[in-house]
Design a protein around this ligand. Sequence first.
Ligand SMILES: CC(=O)SCCNC(=O)CCNC(=O)[C@H](O)C(C)(C)COP(=O)(O)OP(=O)(O)OC[C@H]1O[C@@H](n2cnc3c(N)ncnc32)[C@H](O)[C@@H]1OP(=O)(O)O
Ligand SMILES: CC(C)C(=O)C(=O)O
Length: 607
Amino acid sequence: METTAFPTVRTPSGDLPADAPDWNPQRPSAMPHHRYQPAHTRVALPLTDDRTWPSRRLHQAPLWVPVDLRDGNQALAEPMDTERKRRMFDLMTTMGYKEIEVGYPSASRTDFDFVRHLAYSGAVPDDVTVSVFTAARRDLIDRTVASVEGLDRVVVHLYTATAPTWRDVVLGRSRTELHTLILDAATHLMRRAEERPGADIRFEFSPEVFNLTEPDFVLEVCDSLTELWDASPDRPVIHNLPATVEIATPNVYADQIEYMDRHLARRESVILSVHPHNDRGTGVACAELAVLAGAQRVEGCLFGNGERTGNVDLVTLALNLYAQGVNPMIDFSDIDVVREVVEYCNRLPVHPRHPYVGDLVHTAFSGTHQDAIAKGLARHARTAAELGVPAGRAPWAVPYLPIDPADIGRTYEEVIRINSQSGKGGMAHLLRTHHGLDLPQGMRPDFSRTVQQVTDATGQELTHKELWELFRSTYTAPAQDGPRTLESWATEETDPGEHTFTCTLRADGEARSCVGYGNGPLSALTDALRTAGISVDILDFSEHSTATATTATGTGTGTGTGPGSPAVAYAECRVDGTTRWGAGRDTSVLTASVHAVMAAVNRAGRA
Ligand SMILES: CC(=O)SCCNC(=O)CCNC(=O)[C@H](O)C(C)(C)COP(=O)(O)OP(=O)(O)OC[C@H]1O[C@@H](n2cnc3c(N)ncnc32)[C@H](O)[C@@H]1OP(=O)(O)O
Ligand SMILES: CC(C)C(=O)C(=O)O
């Protein structure tokens, strides 16, 4: 169906191209979608409506296997050298990974040498198993087995593409011929392993592009290997079923995995593993649904490096579990260090919006989000206090923050940042946490308008320091640099509830002495101002120590807090009919209060 709603695309010069109608992306003829087939027509799925994965829940972490040093590495413009590989390997063992694919030893001298390095350096902890990868070719298998000499626990990971297009185009073999090739390679591998009786060498097989391979062929091949390698529950074989190129919605992959889970022979002797890629951007969903469908092991890369759009991201998977209250069995308590090492090794940056780790993922710029987060953090601090537990142990329920950034080593510094999309809640939060100011509710919209004017005019972000400076120049500075200033002043309580305010007031260039009386110092001040012809009503007034404001949320940075912290006073005054807020900040509460009133007086005078 044709539509005119979608704007016609113009050339860079702004002219309509000669063939303009074909440039409209909504025209059926604009993109030849008919060249592609949906996945379900390419892979017959025997599983129909008795699938069980949709109603299952994730309640424990699968076995994780990072393949950064092999699958990730083969996708890098500059593959890792031994030093980089070692840094990543050490990172992974420190984080708690127990099985790590360390390379494709027959691919390059670097890969081979790294495995040798692991064998001789003692870098492999006792509870960690290394895995090495090889194609189903005798020469490559020999080199692979040679590389692991001296390593006590090893998985040798054998792969061959099994999908029809790969059989036809790449390998030029029929199903039967390919099955023979695989069995021959698997037998050769087994014999080589038998030559090292002391070592614990296990086997893994991947029918590459499993997700496009006929399910009966996968079963035929995998079951024959389970048999050949004589797998048992205490010596299981790993069948790794990769979505080498992601081609379908995640539910299709889940169905395929559930089918294998139900039909693989000697199932208790098989570890069912998955290896999703991310071509459709749904690698994480594929892995999660595959685990629901029976997968026990997941291969992927940290932050999703890997061929094309990457392997499934193991960090996101693990932290998704964590956010559901499931122990991911991996330590992400300093996620920025993890990112630093991975960026260094891969020489690739992690996107600022990358789940959990990106620079911006715990930051809200928008007003209503900030308001909700600020309220949520304050509530969280109260809950922790009520429960008598540290904030880092109290149950987490802060809007827009799926997990507590502190759990992964982040601070609250960057949670709220101010620009033209921000509102009063956000700027009040920043002033409180960074500068100890607890703005009265009535003052917040007033300051928010000032902030908005600045951010609209500049189009830029305001840091918390700039925010404080704007607050200072707007509300506190006018007490001293306005047309009406107190050159000197003193108060005295002459009798209980009776105060005198004596001052030298400089107004419009002239100094004069004034005296006022009232039931408090501020009412005495306004009385003194009245004698100079300035009518002042204090409509709203509050003050606090900057120490109490920062501790209210438990999220303060400590700036200006603690014993001896200055006091801040806020005063909303009607001055000769004009209403303005003013503020004062001083180690003396009284001085802060007098300054707040004088700031309001001067601001009203300017108006
Ligand atoms: C999905 C994956 O990630 S698979 C892993 C991919 N990783 C890599 O390729 C990185 C490392 N690879 C390499 O360094 C090289 O490819 C090597 C050393 C392994 C092999 O190099 P070469 O011998 O030069 O072969 P080449 O790279 O061109 O591979 C193609 C050959 O391998 C065959 N082949 C490809 N996969 C397999 C396999 N799993 N089992 C057996 N043979 C295979 C192809 O049929 C082709 O054989 P042909 O020349 O008879 O047509
Ligand atoms: C597991 C292997 C064969 C792989 O890297 C893939 O299929 O993507």
